[in-house]
Design a protein around this ligand. Structure first.
Ligand code: NI
Length: 255
């Protein structure tokens, strides 16, 4: 089975001690492509050099809602320049996170909208982080005509009704370890509901390990547990899930 991890953070320091060996074993387990996701100006700047070390890895540039304080218009210009580097294939992760109140909501919306504009100008898909902010996310996306940009709702965490609205806008749903959690009923329902051709696999590693490794450091090799859960929820074979999700990931990232 060949697997495409559409959202990982292998540049994270959690991998500093054993990154090369881990990625070798991940590759040997059938993971054929990985997109490493930036979340700040700093990680965006380091991304081109980081992904150039691995021929199976692509990257993004963009600023996560937790990190938008202090952003400037010049930063948007710099992201545009960075996006022209080799194998940078999307803008992300960008979006809104109202789960904590340490970053002003209006400021988050402003820079989410600015990065949607950027993606549109650059003709790149987007990876969206949206947590406890479903309505605001939809409002900004609608106002910015995000249906003309395209991308993925990373680590989708809302219910079926919200899934329907993002699917209607043409977005893919990123499904990861949470679908294996005992308390993951809401996400299991979303997976039952969503057409397989709109689902992509993601780890968000080092975070969100599936059962039986919940709480431990995650890596792309663990996606087999996510695949088997999706297959059982949808009554399909694991091969069908992997194959379709792989094609979806290629369509999403246009590679
Ligand atoms: Ni992430």
């Amino acid at each position: 089975m060949k697997i495409f991890d559409t959202h990982a953070h292998y540049d994270d320091e959690a991998f500093d001690d054993d990154r090369e060996e881990l990625l070798k074993s991940v590759r040997a387990s059938g993971v054929e492509a990985i997109v490493d996701i930036a979340c700040s100006m700093e990680t965006s700047r380091l991304m081109p050099a980081f992904i150039s070390r691995y021929d199976f890895m692509y990257g993004t540039v963009g600023v996560h809602p937790d990190d938008v304080c202090g952003l400037t218009v010049a930063d948007m210009d710099e992201l545009a320049r960075l996006s022209e580097e080799d194998k940078i294939i999307a803008i992300g992760e960008i979006g809104l996170d109202h789960s904590r109140d340490d970053v002003n909501k209006e400021l988050q919306k402003k820079w989410f909208a600015a990065q949607l504009d950027l993606a549109r100008e650059l003709d790149l898909p987007i990876s969206i982080h949206s947590r406890d902010a479903a309505k605001d996310t939809l409002d900004v996306m609608r106002a910015e005509h995000a249906e003309n940009i395209g991308g993925v709702m990373h680590c989708f965490g809302y219910g079926v009704e919200m899934a329907r609205q993002f699917l209607d806008m043409g977005y893919y749903l990123g499904i990861g370890g949470v679908v294996t959690f005992k308390n993951g009923r809401k996400l299991k329902e979303v997976v039952e509901y969503a057409p397989l051709d709109r689902i992509v696999l993601e780890t968000d590693c080092p975070y969100l390990s599936p059962v039986p490794f919940r709480g431990k450091r995650n890596h792309s090799g663990n996606l087999t547990y996510v695949v088997s859960e999706i297959a059982s929820l949808k009554g399909l074979s694991e091969e069908q899930v992997c194959e379709t999700a792989y094609k979806n990931a290629q369509a999403l990232y246009r590679i």
